[in-house]
Design a binder for this molecule. Structure first.
Ligand SMILES: [Zn+2]
Length: 165
């Protein structure tokens, strides 16, 4: 993974600041990788061997699963949500809430374990985020979440592995 390709949200704020009159509604969060994390870099063949077809599509090809397709959307037990690619802890059950969107949703994330970049796939830019260790695509973060953060981390269930407490 080439970290310099990731644009922190501090950069996004600067970008929108250079475009007066345009308001993209970017969440005001800053994502930086924990410097202690050892990046996990595998070849495409190694990822294909390691991941299910669906997890490969989401994590390595920036895919989005169908809404309401993941059992994790309705998972309410206590536990941990780890990256399906490298097992890095991304969320805990007390960060999860029901957004009604059909994707597992969280109002907070484990700091230092997520990176972000701009995504223009939908024309309107969105903030896409990735696992800070393996670079796997997880989902998008929006600013319509509940208090106290006001953020909605909209995550693909196929990109996560739930570990019950
Ligand atoms: Zn990962």
């Amino acid at each position: 993974m080439k970290r310099r390709h990731f644009l922190g949200l501090a950069g996004l704020t600067g970008l929108t600041g250079m475009l007066p009159g345009l308001s993209f509604g970017f969440p005001r969060v800053k994502l930086e990788a924990d410097p202690a994390l050892e990046p996990l870099e595998l070849t495409e063949a190694q990822w294909r061997e390691r991941l299910s077809d669906k997890a490969f599509y989401v994590l390595r090809q920036h895919g989005t699963e169908e809404p309401f397709s993941s059992p994790l959307d309705a998972e309410w037990r206590e536990g941990e949500y780890r990256c399906a690619g490298c097992d890095l802890l991304l969320f805990t059950s007390d960060m999860k809430y029901d957004s009604g969107t059909g994707w597992p949703s969280y109002f907070e994330h484990v700091e230092g374990h997520m990176l972000s970049q701009l995504d223009f796939a939908m024309v309107w830019p969105r903030v896409e985020y990735h696992c800070a260790r393996c670079g796997g695509h997880q989902g998008h973060v929006f600013d319509d979440g509940p208090e106290p953060t006001g953020l909605r981390w909209c995550n693909n269930g196929a990109a996560l592995r739930f570990v019950p407490a």
